[in-house]
Design a protein around this ligand. Sequence first.
Ligand SMILES: Nc1nc2c(c(=O)[nH]1)N[C@H]1C(S)=C(S)[C@@H](COP(=O)(O)OP(=O)(O)OC[C@H]3O[C@@H](n4cnc5c(=O)[nH]c(N)nc54)[C@H](O)[C@@H]3O)O[C@H]1N2
Ligand SMILES: Nc1nc2c(c(=O)[nH]1)N[C@H]1C(S)=C(S)[C@@H](COP(=O)(O)OP(=O)(O)OC[C@H]3O[C@@H](n4cnc5c(=O)[nH]c(N)nc54)[C@H](O)[C@@H]3O)O[C@H]1N2
Ligand code: SF4
Ligand SMILES: [Mo]
Length: 710
Amino acid sequence: MTASTSITRVPGADGDHVTYCRICEALCGMIARVEGGKIVKILPDRANPHSRGHICVKGPALADVAYDSDRVTVPLKRVGGPGEFTAVSWDEALDEIAERLSASIESHGTNSFAVNAGNPPSMGWPSSLAAPFFQTAMEASRMYSPASEDISSVVLATELMFGTHAFLFPDLAECDHLLIFGSNPLVSHGSLVIAPRFKEDLDQIAKRGRVLVIDPRHTETARKHEHVPMIPGGDVWLIGAMLNTLIDENLIDSSFIAAHASGMNELAAAMDWLTPEVAAARCGIAAETIRTMARDFATAPRAAAMGRIGICRGEFATLTNLFLHMLNVIAGKFHRPGGYGWGHGGTASDTQYRGISPGARHGAIPSRVSGLPSVWGAQASVTFLEEMLTPGEGQIRSLLVVGANPVMSMPGGPDLPKGFAQLDLMVALDLYVTETTRHADFVLPVTTALEREDINLFFMNHMVRPFAQHVDAVIPPVGEARMEFDILRDLARRMGRADPFDQASPFEMADAALRTGVEGQHGLSLARLRDAPHGLLIERSRWDFDFTKRVGHVDGKIHLWNSSIATEIARLRHTPFPDKAQLRLINLRKLRSINSWMHNVDGLVRNDRAVLLMHPEDAVKRGIEDGGEAELSTSQGRIVVDVEISNDLLPGVVAYPHGWGHDGRWQRARTAGGANLNSIVPAGPKSAEEISGMSNLEGFKVEVRALIGQ
Ligand SMILES: Nc1nc2c(c(=O)[nH]1)N[C@H]1C(S)=C(S)[C@@H](COP(=O)(O)OP(=O)(O)OC[C@H]3O[C@@H](n4cnc5c(=O)[nH]c(N)nc54)[C@H](O)[C@@H]3O)O[C@H]1N2
Ligand SMILES: Nc1nc2c(c(=O)[nH]1)N[C@H]1C(S)=C(S)[C@@H](COP(=O)(O)OP(=O)(O)OC[C@H]3O[C@@H](n4cnc5c(=O)[nH]c(N)nc54)[C@H](O)[C@@H]3O)O[C@H]1N2
Ligand code: SF4
Ligand SMILES: [Mo]
């Protein structure tokens, strides 16, 4: 920022605008410089006390998205095959949608309407409310989202043990012994634990003690710290055996457990077979190393174990997450400085959930055809297609897609258009005509983060250092774009179903949440945030609340044992030994990409490419050369990929990113190459983890065949 540039809050006015990025959970503070009504530059906001000047290469690229000539900026109506649209007015679009949606719901019932809400709208406050509010307005019960490729297993594990969905995360600020299972925060910038300067936090922990990265790939994070390479899916064995060691060697926090937990004896009895020797063969880590990891963790005074999506999408995803929570609780790391627990946050509240099962709170309705569970209100993605195709009461006949690209992001995504084709009506709210939205009857243009007022309300509760920020729009909407909330409120009103949209505005709700949350008593409110444009750090200790009040179980205890835990441990015990010769695939996130949607920004994609990483031994066996083409296949399908030979992987493991291989109406993305990984991942209702409906995306079996010279 130059001294001469003044700060302004008027959308579109020349000068510097304080804003924050809403691409990933780091929510980095940014300054957007506007000249002649246009954003000319995006800089890090050094006055933001939370991110303190950190941004990555994607943040400034939000301006490229805002002004992208491929962006949808007027309502589009389908006039022919997929992707054939004509521009219409907002009134024409919303009147016709209201009429057709009302007619479809009238003939087929409220349960024939479904919502598919994606990741980007969840990063903003009004945008995150829009789809669920519309679902409520329609009295519909079914929501599809990336939850089953992302968090359902964590949410279910937390619900089973703690009776609440509130996220648990490590205290990076004070920890000095951190175990990271299945996360690569140096690239992802963290998820379900927010610390925009994650890299610095890890460096500080390593200086004070140790950071161990348990991952099948020698990742960017693993390279900087202690890497413990492990077979994909080995975590459940490794963490299970660490628990076994803690119990066996009496390294457990008996007084905490006696006061706050139930089921310790049953758990101990059920874990006695899961010794480090049993686990070693399954996870590829020596038994003595497992014992040492357990002892070092238990005896480090300020230790925490965290996990993320690498442990959330395997065959035992829910049990792995249960074990991870248990490791922290049993070793005495729960709710204490340097340990693991809930956030202080500004809006977290205490007893609201006590005694109400989380399932009941969010309408846990099993899927109609296959009976797979819904978690946190989300249906299992792998049932989406059959729910559109299987006739009968409750067959999906109309669909609203809000900022999701399931053709790219869901297992079997490329088959979804078979379901879309039989709908009475499909409406999408998006920035682009994508692989998914090209099948919609209407694509309605939405604003980017830079074109809307926002508050980081939802995210405050899982920040290592709680922080609150409210920002105004940097520029007015581009073209005729509107906010998701406004579009869907308008539509609901036209359908005569305006509740709950008309109860309060998103910012009135935000203000109420701030005032009644734990920081409300110390004066936190929307007005106070408006006076602090760069945001406010909440200085109170993260541990300054009574955690027992947040436990949702009626007995107020953390449950280490129940019938679901028993079933999953028994299932693990009897799972067959995997075929060691089998190649397995893990997913890969890249710094310059975000899921499927920023590949139209030339500045990002120019230096980014989807390649299959493969160990030299595996490549040699198959006659595959570095830079060569190969066919990557499963029983689900086959794709052609470029191969990069890499020593970063264990032999037997290959890695590929999702979100590539575009054929939507985004010109640059179409030339970015790569292939859609979700055309080969296990799909269909039988492929999910039964207890959580979680997609089985990690460590599934693949074959790779050289294509050179064919
Ligand atoms: N640059 C960038 N940042 C992103 C995203 C992006 O697309 N690009 N996406 C955002 C989203 S939506 C999310 S949910 C978060 C996710 O945040 P993270 O979970 O940190 O994401 P990943 O980088 O995919 O890290 C997962 C790690 O798990 C490892 N892994 C795979 N299988 C196993 C296994 O069986 N066991 C263990 N222990 N590890 C395993 C992988 O090698 C990988 O290093 O990232 C967010 N941030
Ligand atoms: N194989 C495999 N599949 C995966 C994953 C994986 O690691 N491997 N990761 C999973 C995870 S963790 C996630 S979160 C999902 C993501 O899955 P999705 O949310 O379905 O997909 P995205 O790629 O995030 O694209 C969302 C769409 O939102 C649009 N968009 C961008 N910004 C906005 C906005 O502000 N408003 C609206 N209305 N639209 C917007 C984009 O143009 C894009 O079409 O993918 C999941 N799928
Ligand atoms: S790390 Fe990058 S993408 Fe994530 S919030 Fe910060 S600037 Fe945005
Ligand atoms: Mo995600």
